[in-house]
Write a protein that binds this ligand. Structure first.
Ligand code: CDP
Length: 709
């Protein structure tokens, strides 16, 4: 592999050190220690943001909205809340709130700030994320709070004016997560009712004007206009210049054939020929990460003894929290180098101790929603230039670094500047439900910073109406819609859980929903022999009724085996995913306790497989497909050709199922259905009579009818 650094005379071969790297080289020659730390006080003063402290504080006194722009690592997330605390913004029971798009970031940034301030996490500094929080009892002593943006959105349901907060910082706004985008619109409204509230939007890229202009304009009946003279200086931009440490970027001189192999080779070259420092590798998804971890470990093993000094770890959102933390914390003394294979969970906010080398494969898995087909799927796509810059920035946080991009410089220049905002590529049902619960009925004219398409909004309304969350005047239904809005899972799963009381299968529904929240419970074994053993294990646990019952069987057997890791390895199951599902199950159970209908009990349907499948259908009746005489499946809703995913037990065992319900679609060469169960066509009309009707003609034919608000 040939990497080269732009600006140097000629492409470099291998990982040879290019010219002009004095900073990095000095690090090597004087025995640079990536884990060395100055005391906090000095570290804080050295951060680029320290020079902008007074500007930031002045801007917040003077302007209602401040957009703070600065390179990653300059100190935005950790320092600004402390500056605000020191300068009185938390006096009089007020709280400074900082949102993060990811839960792991909210937790780790809170921990870091607590450490810098020399206090216990959960005291003056706390955090709250879905299903987990550490704030002072009653929140009375917590003055700086970190939360996920999704959680703040939910908080607006209970306190629409967010009255506890003096300053709300929307951190990592450049990520353009759906919740941050919606919060921007909501905060613009709140600001009108609370003139004393200050909003800070913190972003790593140069789209500061977009944020500032959004707050400078107001929308009246869908018409956007500049504010009248005198009031149009509500917002300002503060830029932080400079970055803490240099990161040298290297490109491949030729595109690799296989980015996974190229990532593994680059890691091995770094281990072999680069100086000290940990390595962070960005890969698109859990499957690639698991494969890369195994391959690198095998290579290290073959080198003899290396596996003890190089620690290879995965980092992605389906890992249980303690394993995510393992990747973030410094390794034990005998470990010389840590190599972390991560998804874009590590792209923003996280500081992983000691990282000095980045390997960026150039791809990311993004959820994409196709309005036409209603399919939501994770699509592997090229990163944006903004993302690539963020990734590189992970290396310069605690010392000088290097970033190896597994693509050419030319390919970099053709990448799109920014990732499409999530609100423009997502199923909007959950977001609409939250807005409705906040009393924002006119979602079509809501002031979005990036407007989603009218079609996507219509689809969202249609889904909520069909689920019974909205009435025919598009208002939330009190018995269902209002409860669903408060549930911490997407509307279809919330409906499934709430309906489980009617089907007397609440225990099973809880297990199922928890398992559907984690990725692959099966491991991805290498080699034909292992795959054959896995097939046998799958056959043993498979239910002829489909994947939902199979998932339940897996969970039940795992519990019966005492949640043993050995049992998981024998069956090629992923103990991490099962453990995470168990945690989520416990949390969902507590929610369901609160929202269960009066007089209902947590029943178990034991072996009544029909009850659970009917219950699944109450949430997922949209997702029905039928096997036709040409041997292909077609969606019942709009006749779109689809196929069973190879992992579905219905594709492997027993007689083919004619009618099925599915949870998920994976689009590769064609749409493949995942998590499928056999159903009876009559159940569709029984459980969703407003959506399905007999089409007449020969055989069973069903058509759909929706009433769109
Ligand atoms: O928000 P931004 O990317 O601008 O920076 P930050 O998250 O506030 O981090 C500022 C600096 O604090 C980083 O460059 C690290 O040096 C340090 N830091 C750390 O060492 N460990 C953490 N968990 C967080 C930050």
């Amino acid at each position: 592999m040939a990497f080269w650094k732009p600006g140097t005379a000629a492409p470099q071969l291998g990982l040879e050190r290019p010219t002009g790297l004095s900073e990095t080289e000095a690090g090597d020659t004087i025995g640079y220690n990536p884990h060395y730390r100055l005391p906090f006080k000095q570290q804080k003063l050295l951060l680029p943001i320290a020079r902008a402290r007074e500007n930031i504080l002045y801007a917040l006194e003077r302007y209602k909205t401040v957009v703070l722009v600065g390179e990653t690592g300059s100190g935005k997330s950790t320092q600004v809340p402390q500056y605000l605390h020191e300068s009185g913004w938390t006096q009089g029971d007020r709280v400074v709130l900082c949102t993060q798009p990811r839960r792991v970031a909210a937790i780790t940034v809170a921990a870091r700030v607590a450490e810098e301030m020399g206090c216990k996490l959960g005291g003056i500094v706390g955090y709250a994320v879905r299903f987990d929080s550490r704030v002072d009892e009653g929140g009375s002593r917590t003055r700086i709070k970190f939360v996920t943006d999704g959680l703040l959105l939910r908080e607006t349901l209970y306190d629409p004016l967010l009255s506890a907060y003096s300053v709300i910082i929307l951190d990592e706004a450049h990520e353009r997560s759906m919740y941050t985008d919606v919060l921007l619109g909501l905060l613009k409204k709140v600001r009108k009712r609370r003139p004393e509230l200050r909003i800070m939007i913190s972003s790593a890229t140069a789209d500061a004007e977009t944020f500032r202009d959004f707050f400078e304009t107001f929308t009246y009946k869908g018409v956007s206009s500049e504010q009248s003279e005198g009031s149009n200086h509500d917002s300002t931009i503060v830029s932080i210049t400079g970055r803490q440490h240099a990161v040298d970027v290297f490109y491949l001189s030729k595109a690799p054939r296989n980015y996974l192999r190229s990532a593994v080779d680059t890691v091995l070259s770094i281990i072999e020929s680069e100086g000290r420092g940990d390595v962070l590798v960005f890969l698109p998804g859990m499957e690639e990460i698991d494969e890369a971890v195994v391959t690198v470990k095998e290579h290290l093993n073959a080198l003899g003894g290396m596996e003890n000094v190089v620690l290879v770890l995965p980092l992605h959102s389906s890992l249980p929290h303690h394993l995510q933390m393992k990747a973030l914390q410094p390794p034990s003394r005998h470990v010389e180098r840590k190599v972390i294979f991560a998804t874009n969970i590590a792209e923003t906010s996280l500081t992983i101790e000691g990282i000095r080398f980045i390997v960026d494969c150039g791809f990311v898995k993004l959820p994409v929603y196709d309005v036409r087909t209603g399919f939501e799927s994770l699509v592997t796509t090229s990163v944006s230039r903004a993302s690539a810059t963020q990734r590189a920035g992970r290396a310069g946080r605690t010392g000088p670094g290097k970033c190896f991009r597994l693509y050419t410089e030319e390919a970099f220049s053709t990448l799109s500047a920014h990732t499409t905002p999530e609100v423009q590529r997502s199923n909007l049902a959950w977001m609409i439900l939250q807005l409705k619960a906040l009393g924002i009925d006119q979602v079509m004219t809501f002031d979005f910073i990036a407007q989603p398409s009218a079609e996507a909004l219509m689809r969202g309304l249609e889904l909520l109406y069909a689920l019974g969350a909205l009435d025919d005047r598009c208002r939330l239904t009190p018995d269902l819609g209002e409860k669903m809005a408060e549930f911490p899972v997407e509307p279809r799963l919330a409906k499934l859980l709430l309906a489980s009381f009617d089907f007397h299968c609440t225990e099973e529904a809880l297990t199922l929903v928890a398992l559907l929240q984690v990725q692959n419970v099966w491991t991805n074994p290498k080699g034909r022999e292992s795959r054959t053993i896995q097939e046998a294990a799958m056959a043993e646990l498979a239910s002829r009724d489909g994947d939902h019952l199979t998932l339940l069987a897996i969970y039940r057997e795992w519990e019966e085996a005492g949640r043993s890791t050995e049992w998981c390895s024998e069956h090629f199951l992923n103990p991490r995913s099962l453990t995470r599902a168990r945690e989520i199950r416990g949390q969902l159970r507590r929610y369901l306790e609160r929202y269960k209908p009066k007089g209902s009990v947590f029943a178990s349907c034991v072996d009544d497989s029909e009850a659970l499948r009917r219950c699944v259908l109450t949430g997922f009746f949209f997702n029905a497909a039928r096997l036709k005489s040409d041997g292909r499946y077609y969606t019942v809703r709009d006749g779109h050709p689809v196929a069973l995913h190879s992992t579905s037990v219905l594709a492997k065992y027993g007689a083919p199922a004619e009618w099925i319900v599915y949870n998920d679609v994976v689009i590769t060469s064609e749409p493949f259905l995942r998590d499928c169960s056999r159903i009876q066509p009559l159940w569709l009309m029984e459980l969703a009579p407003h959506f399905y009707a007999y089409g007449g003609g020969k055989g069973t034919s069903i058509s759909t009818s929706t009433n769109i608000c």
